[in-house]
Design a protein around this ligand. Structure first.
Ligand code: HEC
Length: 140
């Protein structure tokens, strides 16, 4: 015979298990639809986090981060020509001082005030795929 206190304890456990299960399912669904379904989004996010997040807010990841004079990615993605701007960001100030395109000569001899990095056309595409997700409803 199960005492009433045992009963409520096990009921509590099964409710919390149910919530864990629901939450896990929701999380899985969100990740599966938003990211894992297209792991280029994740790769783009990783690149943005590694290369851009120090100056730019790149979404919820660092909503309060970035440096004051850099526009946030979620703000820039609202511009009609955002793809063009991202595709050529390395040629737009201030980036030429610290960004090099793989296979191209360095085009500035100015002292980089930021640790220089090299980026490829493919990596820029991945970042754009991630940035596009910031324009989805609820992501702004
Ligand atoms: C050292 C700081 C720094 C880093 C790192 C950096 N940016 Fe920027 N970026 C800026 C600043 C500052 C501006 C604003 C320039 C302006 O308004 O004149 C900017 C502007 C931009 C713009 C708009 C350019 C235009 O002319 O419309 C794009 C697109 C951009 N950044 C993309 C990137 C991407 C992608 C990365 C990472 C691969 C990155 N940035 C890394 C500082 C940075």
């Amino acid at each position: 015979m199960i005492g009433s206190s045992d009963y409520s304890a096990s009921e509590g456990e099964s409710i919390s298990a149910m919530f864990r299960c629901l939450f896990g399912g929701y999380l899985y669904y969100t990740l599966a639809t938003a990211a894992l379904a297209d792991d280029r989004v994740l790769q783009g996010f990783d690149l943005a986090r590694e290369l851009c997040a120090r100056c730019h807010v790149i979404g919820d990841y660092n909503r309060l981060g970035g440096i004051g004079n850099s526009p946030s990615f979620q703000w820039m993605v609202k511009a009609d020509d955002w793809r063009e701007r991202f595709d050529s960001f390395y040629a737009r100030r201030p980036h030429p001082v610290f960004v090099r395109m793989a296979g191209y000569d360095k085009w500035s001899d100015a002292d980089p005030y930021y640790p220089p990095f090299t980026i490829t056309v493919e990596e820029i595409k991945l970042i754009s795929i991630y940035v596009a997700t910031l324009s989805l409803p609820g992501e702004k």
